[in-house]
Design a protein around this ligand. Structure first.
Ligand SMILES: [Zn+2]
Length: 248
């Protein structure tokens, strides 16, 4: 489940991402009452099998069987932020009632690894790149988007407007809008987009590289969506919080 909106006296409208029917909005009647037998199954980001009945406008939730509740994610603020980020992007990149099995599988994989304790930064960057790829917005990382020539191992330009990398030769000859792209960030992007999560998790990423990758993809996603990903700001705020005191 991606998100919920309170509705009426005790109801909620749930937005579900389903494997076979895409994004579906359903009504959960009486779900906010303490006696509701379904309440425990409809936590945001829970993975469940849902039974629905046809309704006049929206289908009605009649039963649920939990498959995963992301218990470990819920205990950690950074993981909570990362899971909201994944849910927001999944919501933005899918349409109502349009089959989206590739995106569903990607969300499921990302949340499962977040729950298993993998670094949220790697989970999110891997998710960003594969979501863009599966949605038809794969960034061009092999050749220059301007001259189609090879990309040399030097600082190039990252151009969300152009859809990928602009080579240093084109940058020198023309005015382009973008941000510098380091060699190791380019190599990391190429590696992540070509890898399943098991291989992606082996990538060594220090803090400056993690920041660079986050910044590059944030700009790219913002350009594709034509708006900022709200959960990115939430993650910024969480990163600014003082670290929890460590007991001596
Ligand atoms: Zn070029």
């Amino acid at each position: 489940m991606l998100k919920t909106i309170d509705f009426g006296e005790a109801d909620r409208v749930l937005t579900l991402l389903t494997r076979h029917f895409g994004k579906v909005r359903v009504v959960a009647k009486g779900i906010r009452r303490p006696t509701s037998r379904l309440a425990g199954y409809v936590e945001p980001l829970s993975h469940a099998t849902f039974q629905l009945a046809r309704g006049r406008e929206l289908d009605v939730l009649t039963g649920a069987e939990s498959r995963s509740t992301l218990r470990a994610v819920r205990d950690d603020l950074v993981r909570i932020g990362a899971s909201w980020y994944i849910a927001e992007l999944a919501d933005r990149f899918t349409a109502d009632r349009s089959p989206s099995a590739p995106v569903f599988d990607l969300v499921e994989t990302a949340l499962r690894h977040l729950e298993a304790g993998y670094a949220p930064g790697i989970v999110c960057r891997w998710f960003d790149l594969h979501l863009l790829d599966r949605s038809g917005f794969r960034p061009e990382l092999a050749v220059c988007v301007q001259c189609r020539g090879p990309i040399a191992e030097t600082v190039n330009l990252w151009s969300p407007d152009g859809g990928g990398v602009i080579c240093s030769g084109c940058v020198a000859s023309l005015d382009h809008i973008g941000v510098p792209l380091s060699v190791r960030a380019l190599k990391s992007l190429r590696y992540l987009i070509a890898s399943d999560f098991g291989s992606a998790a082996k990538l060594r990423v220090d803090a400056p590289l993690a920041d660079e990758l986050a910044c590059l993809l944030r700009g790219f996603l913002q350009h594709v969506l034509d708006r900022e990903v709200q959960a990115s700001r939430l993650l910024d705020e969480i990163a600014q919080l003082p670290a929890y005191p460590v007991p001596a």
